[in-house]
Design a protein around this ligand. Structure first.
Ligand code: SF4
Length: 437
């Protein structure tokens, strides 16, 4: 890889953006950025293009004065306006690069605000520090989950439930799939699923749009995570900040971590853990889905065996997509993520034969390696489209962002069903390309 001192078209997104995805999964929660207005505008547009939904984000709109003398007044005004305009049940405040650089103490500012505005004294206002120059949206998401349980979890009576924490950025369709699975298993009352973006980032069209989309994990359930018997986190394995560890250390709630259930092997792993936790066998509907996935693997193996693929995007998703490729006999030739983690590299090396691995990558690096790696297919975010167009290699879009196709909010990649759909998409992209030649 060439030595470069700048990042061109990074393979990750901004740290505060990750917090929005976590805060949007909490009922009635509004995100607010402490920083200049452009940060909120950029992220609102970025997420709205991906989810095809309005994604409102408040901003303290720091100006030159706030930058020089401190942004407390702006932030307090921003919180006040947000309360007046949206009547939120909670507010999640993330810092931007500017607020971090000038060193504003948002915890102290929130404390002062509560004293000055007694009406807001009981409103949960959750601060999270997200200097984007030191991390990606994946880290922002993990930090926001941690901040939520730190602020909201409260010791009470044991509830004998399991916290199912979604530790990685997934689509609303994936979260719906998990909820359906819990329902079909007959155990949805025994789990606290958190965060839940299944409705909030994929809301039905109604005549009178609510100011804050309905849905999300209820605040009382987040509070109750302290009283559960166990936390199972899926995804987020490469993150340092970890809500499950906090609940274990602070409230003695046993914590375990599993990879995202993508592909055959890791969905099997999730299912067997769920069977242990519930004491019930996988419902027949999913046994049939598993059988159909085996059938799909047999059907598409002929096409995908030996096909060289470049995979890029969020670290958790990329690791699992790489594993799915090896399950069908395809070759992960280039594996790239914008996140930097030794754990990521080790996991990829353990499961695939000598791929080019890029951590902290941008799309210039990925492009170079795609050319060197004799790649037949691209699998990743829509940011790979320039490589696809230039090199005439088909791109199957998976993950965030997907800006140039519709349906990202309905794209299912989890479970046996999601794996089958991904394999279909990969095979069809390859067949489409071959039919053109
Ligand atoms: S990288 Fe920093 S300055 Fe840029 S949008 Fe994100 S928070 Fe704002």
């Amino acid at each position: 890889m060439s030595e470069s001192y700048s990042t061109v078209n990074p393979c990750n997104m901004c740290m505060p953006m990750g917090t929005v995805l976590a805060f949007k999964g909490i009922e009635g929660c509004m995100p607010l950025f402490h920083g200049s207005q452009g940060c909120a505008t950029y992220m609102r547009l970025y997420l709205a293009h991906h989810f095809r939904e309005p994604v409102d984000i408040g901003s303290s709109a720091l100006s030159e004065k706030g930058t020089v003398y401190g942004g407390a007044a702006n932030l307090k005004k921003g919180i006040k306006n947000l309360i007046a305009g949206y009547r939120p049940k909670a507010i999640g405040i993330a810092t931007t690069c500017l607020a971090e650089t000038i060193g504003d103490d948002i915890v102290q500012i929130i404390r002062e605000f509560r004293i000055e505005e007694p009406l807001a004294s009981r409103l949960p206002i959750i601060p999270v520090s997200t200097p984007s120059y030191s991390g990606s949206h994946e880290e922002g998401y993990a930090r926001a989950l941690l901040a939520l349980v730190e602020a909201l979890a409260k010791k009470g009576e044991p509830n004998n439930k399991v916290n199912l924490v979604i530790g990685s950025v997934l689509s609303p369709a994936d979260v719906r799939y998990l909820k359906d699975m819990l329902n079909d298993w007959g155990c949805s009352d025994e789990f606290i699923l958190f965060p839940d973006i299944s409705e909030t980032l994929d809301a039905p069209l109604v005549e009178e749009m609510p100011t804050i989309p309905e849905g999300g994990t209820p605040l009382r359930d987040v509070a109750d995570t302290a009283n559960s018997r166990e936390t199972l986190t899926i995804g987020g394995r490469f993150q340092k900040d970890f809500a499950g560890a906090f609940l274990e250390e602070t409230y003695g709630v046993k914590s375990s971590l599993l990879p995202l259930p993508i592909g055959l092997e890791h969905t099997d792993l999730f299912v067997s853990r769920m069977e242990e936790l519930t004491g019930r066998r996988l419902p027949g509907k999913y046994e049939a889905e598993r059988g159909r996935l085996l059938d799909t693997l047999a059907d598409v193996h002929n096409y995908l065996d030996g096909v060289r693929v470049a995979v890029f995007g969020d670290s958790d998703i990329v690791v699992e997509l790489t594993r799915l490729l090896t399950e069908v006999g395809a070759v992960p030739a280039v594996v790239a993520t914008g996140y930097s983690s030794p754990g990521f590299k080790a996991e990829i090396r353990a499961n695939s034969a000598d791929p080019i691995i890029l951590c902290g990558a941008d799309f210039t690096d990925i492009h170079d390696q795609v050319c060197k790696g004799r790649v037949d297919l691209l699998l990743g975010t829509s940011n790979g489209k320039q490589i696809s167009q230039k090199e005439k290699i088909p791109l199957v879009r998976v993950g965030l962002p997907n800006h140039d196709r519709v349906g990202a909010n309905r794209q299912l990649i989890l479970g046996y069903e999601g794996a089958g759909r991904l394999l279909d998409a990969l095979t069809n992209a390859l067949l489409e390309e071959r039919s053109r030649k």
